[in-house]
Write a protein that binds this ligand. Structure first.
Ligand SMILES: Cc1cc2nc3c(=O)[nH]c(=O)nc-3n(C[C@H](O)[C@H](O)[C@H](O)COP(=O)(O)OP(=O)(O)OC[C@H]3O[C@@H](n4cnc5c(N)ncnc54)[C@H](O)[C@@H]3O)c2cc1C
Ligand code: FES
Length: 249
């Protein structure tokens, strides 16, 4: 399997106040939902990890926020720029035949879009944002593939006023049948999902973690997460998705 790729930027644009969408021409191995790529940024020793937001017709896209120097440099990249990109990395989400419930907050929503495009059957997507501007934009994007969408925003200007976990709590009993939850977002949000383990019809809760990474392939031990049996797993090689019941957040 070829993991080391030179990619061409096809498009890189600011789509909302906080988010950028970048697409690359991708001739490497086809990624699966839940996997990520590690992107080289000139002048930075460590590559930056980003979830595969979508993959279609040899075009791989990432959805990102500018949070530091690396992402600031990336936000200025123009069409035609070439960079090194390692991937697809990490284990893909494990799929099953249950009803799918996805829960995303902030940049965590990036892990759910490709998954929602690949999963057939009943699916419900809960997305939480800080502002109604983002809520509107992503409602349009995610509702294209037949999922039922629930939106929360902290300012209450669009959808439910409050956080996405409160919204999930309000709606979960209306979704009948055996469910699997796939989630990605801030640690605090993911940790709030422990309380959903008590629901008899939620069989599995997968959480995709975005820990700080170094090497990205299991060598530096910098992305450790503690397991319930007092061991460690590594987000880059054992994850990024884990069963919530196996780890300590
Ligand atoms: C598996 C995985 C998937 C991710 N997917 C996305 C995504 O789809 N969209 C998105 O906006 N962000 C995502 N992140 C977070 C993203 O990698 C960081 O925001 C980015 O690396 C910050 O780089 P920087 O140089 O701008 O920030 P700096 O703070 O200057 O980065 C310094 C170092 O810390 C690392 N780092 C900083 N913040 C994070 C973080 N939150 N997670 C991991 N490493 C970090 C950087 O890679 C770099 O090595 C993901 C992280 C992981 C681990
Ligand atoms: S980032 Fe180095 S071991 Fe995971």
């Amino acid at each position: 399997m070829k993991l080391d790729n030179i990619v061409d930027v096809i498009e890189n644009k600011k789509i909302t106040e906080n988010f950028y969408l970048m697409s690359f021409l991708w001739n490497g191995t086809e990624p699966l939902p839940g996997q990520f790529v590690n992107i080289s940024v000139p002048g930075k020793f460590l590559k930056r990890p980003f979830t595969v937001f979508n993959y279609e017709n040899n075009v791989l896209s990432i959805l990102y926020k500018v949070v530091g120097e690396g992402t600031k440099i990336m936000s200025d990249w123009q069409t035609g720029l070439k960079t090194e990109c390692l991937g697809p990395l990490g284990k893909p989400f494990a799929l099953d035949n249950n009803i799918t419930v996805m829960v995303g907050g902030g940049t965590g929503i990036a892990s759910l879009y490709y998954l929602s495009n690949k999963i057939e059957g009943e699916k419900y997507i809960f997305l939480g944002f800080s502002s109604s501007d983002e809520s509107r934009y992503f409602y349009e994007i995610f509702s294209k593939n037949g999922s039922e969408i629930f939106i929360s925003s902290m300012d209450g200007g669009y959808g439910f006023k409050g956080n996405v976990i409160e919204l999930l709590e309000k709606e979960i009993d209306n979704i009948k049948g055996k469910k699997t939850i796939y989630s990605c977002g801030p640690h605090k949000m993911l940790a709030s999902l422990y309380r959903f383990e008590k629901y008899y019809d939620i069989e599995k809760i997968w959480v995709s973690l975005e820990e700080r990474m170094g090497c990205g392939f299991g060598a530096c031990l910098g992305c450790a997460v503690q397991t319930k049996d007092n061991n460690f797993k590594y987000v880059c090689k054992d994850g990024p998705a884990f069963l919530l019941s196996d780890i300590v957040l």
